[in-house]
Design a protein around this ligand. Structure first.
Ligand code: ZN
Length: 255
């Protein structure tokens, strides 16, 4: 019995709290992307709570105040002014995805543009139907990112806000891309395909990845067959009309 229990639970070094093995293969998601699409930007979960469900991930903050990147348990905010800061546990998020990153497959890739690199990863992953965490670290020839400006109520839809995004260009830069490759079947609740956020090695710049070309990177993959989505019980979420398929609109916003 003891060995069975030991197999199921071990200790997270960061939080010092026990984490079940199943939770370590779980993509934990706050709210649904279509909520963000219609302008539900009020934070519904604290960063402190989010960190109990993962040490790796992406998202945004209360008021759509920039891009979130979670790396090795540290939560970074990349606002529209481009100045990266670490985030306190008391801050909140309206939409985020996190997991406990455990490298299961590693690839060394060099000299590829975004299309070539994602083709190589697609081939290695070999299915569209299981979520994967993607961590890509190394030297990039170029990276183009964006961040979104903080909003105040009444909130405009994401497609409107995205028109005012800040775009950042990096050349010959070292850094890490953090994110997920999600199944088509998860469209409407999250972003299907690749969704990556970037931070430079010195943690001073980054953003939501629009385009890139790698010089030489190490890519680590982590399959996440479990999925947990926690929907807000706020009046705003209950009242939102989320019946329409916004896939085309989402594609415009995320690229
Ligand atoms: Zn993003």
């Amino acid at each position: 019995m003891r060995s069975v229990l030991a197999g199921f639970a071990f200790f997270s070094l960061l939080a010092g709290l026990p984490v079940l093995a199943a939770e370590r293969d779980t993509l934990y998601q706050v709210s649904a992307i279509d909520g963000l699409m219609v302008g539900l930007y009020d934070g519904v979960t604290t960063i402190g709570e989010l960190r109990t469900h993962g040490d790796f991930g992406i998202g945004t903050f209360h008021g759509l105040d920039g891009e979130m990147l979670v790396l090795d348990g540290t939560v970074f905010q990349i606002p529209a002014d481009g100045k990266v800061r670490q985030v306190a546990d008391s801050a909140t998020t309206p939409f985020a995805s996190v997991s406990f990153f455990e490298s299961e497959q590693i690839l060394q890739l060099a000299g590829l543009d975004q299309a070539g690199l994602t083709r190589a990863l697609d081939q290695r992953i070999g299915t569209d139907n299981i979520p994967y965490a993607v961590r890509m670290e190394g030297q990039f020839k170029r990276v183009r990112t964006r961040s979104v400006p903080r909003q105040t109520p009444p909130y405009a839809p994401l497609a409107e806000v995205a028109k005012k995004q800040s775009v950042f260009e990096f050349e010959t830069v070292r850094g890490v891309m953090v994110g997920y490759r999600l199944p088509s079947l998860m469209g409407r609740i999250n972003v299907p395909g690749y969704h990556l956020h970037f931070i430079t090695d010195d943690h001073t710049a980054g953003g939501h990845v629009l385009d890139f070309e790698v010089a030489a990177v190490t890519v680590a993959l982590d399959a996440l067959p479990h999925f947990r989505m926690v929907l807000p019980t706020t009046e705003a979420f209950r009242a939102a009309d989320l019946r329409r398929d916004r896939a085309a609109e989402l594609k415009k916003v995320e690229q």
